[in-house]
Design a protein around this ligand. Structure first.
Ligand code: FES
Length: 162
């Protein structure tokens, strides 16, 4: 944990208990996950029971208590995307990266997730990398998109086998 960075985030929002979620969001944005020692530090500084901090961190799906990759790949598995091939997009990303859904590559570059409707069903199937949306996506384009974010065959857990 970079204590200075955490203190900077707390300094921006103050130590009122009502700022807990905002502070957790900023920590999540900074590290892509919520390290346990950081949660302990925040609980102490805001004088909130640690169990409450963990409760919030586990309640919201946008928070992660596991280390995540630098790039978050979300593949929509909502109904509209499902019927248009969403599962094949997810399988393709998993195969390319050598990981399963909710896993992270060994180099912490990529995490892949299957998610519920992203609210742009007409574009299905949809994959989102960080904040960039890719709609009407054929599986054949997945690897090229991942390469834009630095994927090389050495990024994956399986050495790039396909
Ligand atoms: S079902 Fe995929 S965006 Fe709605």
């Amino acid at each position: 944990m970079n204590e200075d960075k955490i203190e900077e985030i707390i300094g921006c929002h103050g130590t009122d208990k009502s700022k807990l979620i905002t502070i957790l969001q900023d920590v999540q944005a900074e590290y892509n996950w919520l390290p346990p020692d950081t949660l302990r530090h925040i609980a102490k500084r805001l004088q909130v029971p640690l169990i409450d901090v963990f409760g919030i961190a586990t309640f919201y799906k946008s928070f992660s208590l596991e280390p995540r990759g630098k790039h978050l790949i979300r593949v929509c598995l909502g109904t509209a995307c499902h019927v248009r091939g969403g599962p094949r997009i997810l399988e393709t990303a998993e195969r390319i990266l050598g990981i399963k859904a909710d896993e992270t590559t060994a180099d912490y570059e990529f995490t892949v997730e299957g998610v519920n409707c992203l609210g742009c069903c007409a574009l299905g199937p949809v994959m989102v990398v960080d904040k960039e949306y890719y709609g009407k996506l054929p599986p054949t384009k997945v690897e090229g998109i991942l390469r834009k974010y630095g994927y090389t065959s050495t990024s994956s857990n399986n050495g790039g086998e396909t």
